[in-house]
Ligand binder design. Structure first.
Ligand SMILES: Nc1ncnc2c1ncn2[C@@H]1O[C@H](COP(=O)(O)OP(=O)(O)O)[C@@H](O)[C@H]1O
Ligand SMILES: [Mg+2]
Length: 428
C-alpha cells in the first residue's frame, strides 16, 4: 500500500520551530506587559489581553491542524488497508493503478498471474500486452470503463478478460476532494473456456468433414448408377458394394460419436461392478481372431489368470477391442501381437504389444485426441474413425486407470493400461 502524504501540513522541524517561536512570543509578551502594567501604565491592559489571545491562538492552531491531518492520514491508511483486505478475498486477479499507470495495490491472485508486479512500478512492466496498455491509456484519457482480452502463449498458454474501471478512491475516502483518478483492473481467467470453445469448434468441423466425405461419395455413386451406369449391372454391383462400405463407415462414426458423448456424460461417476479382466481379454481376443487371421497376425495371450478389477464390463471390452484391433491393424507387418496381464501389489496392468512400424515420438502425446491419426489415409482404409483412442482415454478416466504408450519407429508399440488398486484401509 502506498502511504498517504499529509498535504498542506508543514514538515516536523518547521512545525517545532513555529511552535517554540509562538511560545517564546507569548512568554515575552507576558513579561513585557506585566512590567508595563506594574509600572502603572493602564492603557497597556487591552493591548496585553489582545497580545495574550493572539499568541495563545498562534500556539494552539498548528497543533490542532497537525492533529487533524495526522488523524485523516491514519483513517485514510486504514481505509486503504480495508480495500486491500477486500481485494484479497476476490478469487480473480485485481490490480489498482494510479493516474500515472503505476501499481499501487494488487491481490495475491494478481501476483500469481503476473509475477512481475511491483508496487510503485509501471504496470506495463508486468503485462506487456498492447491491448491492456491501450485499455489503461483509454481509461486515463476518457475516464470511462475499458474492456479487452489478452492472450499469452509463453510460458503457458492463457487468456484473460480484462476490465479497467476509473475510480476516485481518495475522493471517496474524503482524503482529497479533487481525488486523482485511479484504475481498478479486474482480470478473469478464461483460458479453459476459450480452449473448450476451440475444441468444440474443431470437433464440429472434424465430425462434419468425416461425415461429408462418405456422403459425397454416396451421392456420386447414386448419380453414376442413375446416369452412365444405368444399364451396366456389373458396374452397379461394384458401386453398390462401395456404397455399402461408405454407409458402414458413416454408421461406425456415428456409433463412436454417440459412445463418446455417453461416456463423457458419466465420466465423473466411477463404476462399481467387479469385473474379471481375464475373461474380458479372452472374449476380445476371440472376437478379433478372424481380423487377425485376415491380417496374418497371431495374437498371443499370456498370464490369463483370474484377475478382478472394479469397472464396467462393456466399457472395458471396448477399451481392449480398440487397443488390440489397433495393434493387429497398424502393427500388421510385425505378424505378432502379445497381450498380457500383470497383477502386482499396487496395480493391475494389461499390456498390448505389437511389432509393427511403431509411432514417431511427436505423435505420442496427441494419439488420444479426437480424430487424431498418424496416417489418415491408412486409418480410413482400415475402417478407422480416429475416435478409438479418445474413447479409450475417456473410459479409463472414468475407471481412474491410466494409459501408457511406449513406441519407437521401427520397433513396434506398447499400450499399457494400469488399474491402480485402492490402498488398504489403515488399521487403527
Ligand atoms: N499399435 C499401433 N501402431 C501404430 N500406430 C497406431 C497404433 N495404434 C494407434 N495408432 C495410430 O493412432 C491413430 C489413432 O488411433 P485410433 O484413435 O484408434 O483411431 P483409428 O480409428 O484410426 O484406429 C491411428 O490412426 C494410428 O495412426
Ligand atoms: Mg482404432
Amino acid at each position: 500500500m502506498v502511504a498517504a502524504t499529509e498535504q498542506g501540513t508543514p514538515s516536523p522541524p518547521m512545525r517545532r520551530w513555529r511552535d517554540s517561536a509562538a511560545a517564546g512570543a507569548l512568554v515575552a509578551t507576558l513579561v513585557i506587559a506585566c512590567a508595563l502594567a506594574l509600572s502603572g501604565a493602564p492603557f497597556v491592559l487591552p493591548v496585553l489581553i489582545g497580545a495574550i489571545v493572539t499568541a495563545f491562538a498562534a500556539l494552539v492552531r498548528p497543533r490542532a491542524e497537525h492533529r487533524i491531518a495526522a488523524e485523516r492520514a491514519r483513517s485514510h491508511e486504514t481505509a486503504r488497508a480495508g480495500i486491500q483486505a477486500v481485494m484479497s478475498g476476490i478469487a480473480d486477479p485485481v490490480v489498482v493503478l494510479d493516474s500515472q499507470g503505476n501499481v499501487t495495490m494488487f491481490n495475491s491472485q494478481a501476483k500469481v498471474a503476473m509475477p512481475q508486479l511491483v508496487i510503485g512500478r509501471s504496470f506495463s512492466f508486468a503485462v506487456r500486452s498492447p491491448e491492456v496498455v491501450g485499455a489503461v491509456e483509454s481509461v486515463l484519457r476518457d475516464g470511462t470503463v475499458a474492456e479487452t482480452e489478452f492472450h499469452e502463449k509463453v510460458p503457458v498458454e492463457r487468456s484473460f478478460e480484462v476490465r479497467a474501471t476509473p475510480v476516485r478512491i481518495d475522493a471517496a475516502l474524503g482524503a482529497d476532494a479533487s481525488g486523482a483518478i485511479e484504475i481498478v483492473m479486474l482480470f478473469r481467467d478464461v483460458t479453459a473456456a476459450r480452449r473448450l470453445e476451440r475444441m468444440r469448434a474443431d470437433f464440429v468441423a472434424n465430425a462434419s468433414h468425416e461425415l461429408r466425405t462418405p456422403l459425397a461419395s454416396l451421392y456420386g455413386f447414386i448419380e453414376t448408377i442413375e446416369g452412365p451406369a444405368k444399364n451396366d449391372p456389373s458396374a452397379q454391383a461394384r458401386f453398390l458394394a462401395i456404397m455399402r462400405e461408405q454407409a458402414r463407415r458413416m454408421s461406425r462414426l456415428i456409433d463412436d460419436l454417440l459412445s463418446l458423448s455417453r461416456i463423457e456424460l458419466k465420466e465423473h461417476v466411477q463404476p462399481t461392478e467387479e469385473v474379471r479382466l481375464d475373461s474380458v481379454l479372452s472374449e476380445v481376443v476371440d472376437t478379433l481372431t478372424p481380423l487377425a487371421q485376415e491380417c496374418r497376425t497371431k495374437i498371443e495371450v499370456d498370464g490369463l489368470n483370474r484377475v478382478l478389477v472394479t469397472g464396467d464390463r462393456d466399457e472395458l471390452i471396448r477399451v481392449f477391442e480398440n487397443l488390440i484391433e489397433n495393434a493387429v491393424k497398424y502393427g500388421q507387418s510385425g505378424g505378432r501381437v502379445e497381450v498380457s496381464i500383470a497383477d502386482a501389489e499396487r496395480a493391475v496392468s494389461v499390456t498390448v504389444r505389437d511389432y509393427g512400424p511403431g509411432i514417431a515420438p511427436e505423435h505420442l502425446p496427441r494419439l488420444t485426441e479426437r480424430f487424431y491419426r498418424v496416417d489418415v489415409v491408412e486409418s480410413r482404409q482400415k475402417g478407422g474413425t480416429g475416435l478409438g483412442l479418445a474413447l479409450v482415454k475417456h473410459i479409463l478416466n472414468r475407471h481412474k486407470a491410466r494409459l501408457l504408450v511406449r513406441s519407437e519407429l521401427g520397433a513396434g508399440a506398447t499400450f499399457e493400461v494400469v488399474f491402480p488398486k485402492s490402498a488398504p484401509e489403515a488399521s487403527t
